[in-house]
Design a protein around this ligand. Sequence first.
Ligand SMILES: Cc1cc2nc3c(=O)[nH]c(=O)nc-3n(C[C@H](O)[C@H](O)[C@H](O)COP(=O)(O)O)c2cc1C
Length: 137
Amino acid sequence: MSLRLERLVYESTATGTTTSIGNLAVILAESQRNNDRDGLTGALAAHRDRYIQVIEGPAQTLDALLRRLENDPRHRDIVLMGREPITARLFGRWTMASARITPAHGAALDSLIDHDDLTPARVIRILLDALDVVRVN
Ligand SMILES: Cc1cc2nc3c(=O)[nH]c(=O)nc-3n(C[C@H](O)[C@H](O)[C@H](O)COP(=O)(O)O)c2cc1C
């Protein structure tokens, strides 16, 4: 199996509520278990009725996950914002990090959405900033 690494960013529309910690926690737990097995890393955010996710890993493994995501009734209308080869992971420490969208992050996302300016690079910057982890330095 090819180990060519790629990173993809997508957004989707949640069919249930994204504000329920329960929904998100279940998705995160499943994702972390599977991604640990599959060598995938990334971050997931919920904003309004959307999920925004960055996933990195071997290309074929990403393909397999995309097929599962397409069939997951918890969201619909998946829009792939970008997918590209990478030489290094940005989210290598997280099998699937939870990105906590603060009001400031939300406003930044809304402004990008309003101006049709939601590029993968901008999404990644916001998600990295919003990672719900304790920083030690
Ligand atoms: C917004 C969202 C993000 C998800 N992210 C992942 C993920 O990163 N990795 C993963 O394996 N499954 C993820 N899932 C779940 C998959 O769609 C699918 O249900 C799961 O991979 C199937 O796992 P199973 O074969 O163990 O039942 C996500 C689902 C949703 C709704």
